[in-house]
Design a protein around this ligand. Structure first.
Ligand code: 8YV
Length: 330
């Protein structure tokens, strides 16, 4: 019997590709070309599986043009690049990479929040420009992180890991809003208080967004929400572009309706709203919250584990739509 063929849609660790080659006929993408939709459709021809990242949109059109496709394995915990309903309707298994990036992403979210509150990027640029000539009592005064109120929108695994850092490491008061309330035994060690969204916006000194992107979270933070925040508050987004209305945020930052923002994700990235680029009170990073060597390796390995298990009739560790299992025969 011939081996299944898979597409590795973006450049990834050579070790991961080599491991996949032990199981499959692999077409990889060492040049790291970002495929257009027609290119992706064409590359997927004849493939039983795809190793994808957030840059490949797997929707009904791609699936219908490739009825032989049975597994799409995302190297990401977020999977808004997948139309999961379309996958499920066609019996295509979708998988992701939860857990392995939780702590690393929480480290980064916390660091970005701190950099934002303490004006690290802005002051570094000032120093590099050679403008640091003397000390001044009010030079780059920011707002405290320790003891402040940490607001978390989206209290999943990463949200809880950020809350833990704030509560246990920095003595922060934690408030959160989520689709569902945590169990009392999860809230208690963090002293976390479940509040409605309006209270979260009103009370947070530092608001961190960690919710998944979907039609219902699109522009969850827009002009109306920003207007409810404290003028001294910071906003940090390590979730997905599109959760924040970036144009409205740029206006709020320019008019100092909130103090500052830290953004790792953007609407339409890698494009960044031009107004954000001109503002001093925003820390901008290129979607790197999960980017440590160890975590990216773990993500790649888990995506490969998913693909290998699913296409060999096993139980993939992180299925998104397990109801399609067992996989339809090739
Ligand atoms: C990925 C992420 O780097 O896991 C996620 O959801 O946003 C990042 O960790 C990115 O999505 C590439 O696939």
């Amino acid at each position: 019997m011939s081996r299944p063929a898979v597409l590795v849609a973006r450049a990834v660790f050579p070790e991961t590709v080599a491991r996949l080659r032990e199981h499959f006929d692999v077409e990889d993408n060492p040049g790291d070309i970002i495929f257009t939709k027609p290119q992706l459709i064409e590359r997927l021809h004849g493939k039983a599986g795809a190793f994808t990242t957030g840059s490949e949109r797997i929707d009904a059109q791609v699936l219908d043009a490739n009825p032989q496709l049975r597994v799409v394995a995302n190297m990401a915990v977020g999977y808004n690049n997948f139309d999961v309903e379309a996958c499920t309707a066609r019996g295509v298994l979708a998988t992701n990479t939860p857990d392995v990036l939780t702590e690393t992403t929480a480290d980064f979210g916390f660091a970005l929040m701190m950099a934002t509150a303490r004006r690290m990027a802005e002051s570094e640029h000032f120093l590099r420009r050679g403008e640091w000539t003397r000390w001044a009592y009010d030079m780059f005064t920011g707002s405290d992180v320790h003891g402040a109120t940490l607001g978390i929108l989206g209290m999943g695994r990463i949200g809880q890991a950020i809350a833990r850092r704030g509560a246990l490491g920095f003595g922060m008061k934690v408030i959160y809003h989520n689709r569902s309330r945590l169990a009392a035994e999860q809230e208690a060690p963090l002293g976390a208080r479940y509040v409605d969204k309006a209270t979260l916006l009103r009370e947070a000194d530092h608001l961190v967004l960690v919710l998944p992107y979907s039609a219902s979270s699109h522009h969850a933070i827009g002009a109306a929400e920003l207007a409810q925040m404290k003028p001294t508050a910071t906003l940090t987004n390590v979730a997905r572009g599109g959760i924040v209305d970036d144009a409205a945020l740029a206006v709020a930052l320019r008019e100092r309706r909130i103090a500052a923002a830290g953004l790792d994700v953007f609407e339409g990235e890698p494009q960044v709203h031009p107004d954000l680029l001109t503002l001093p009170n925003v820390v901008l990073t290129p979607h790197i919250a999960s980017a440590t060597v160890a975590t990216r390796r773990a993500m790649a390995e888990l995506a490969a584990d998913n693909l290998i298990a699913a296409l060999s009739g096993g139980k993939p560790p992180a299925p998104i739509n397990p109801q399609v299992l067992p996989l339809r025969p090739a």
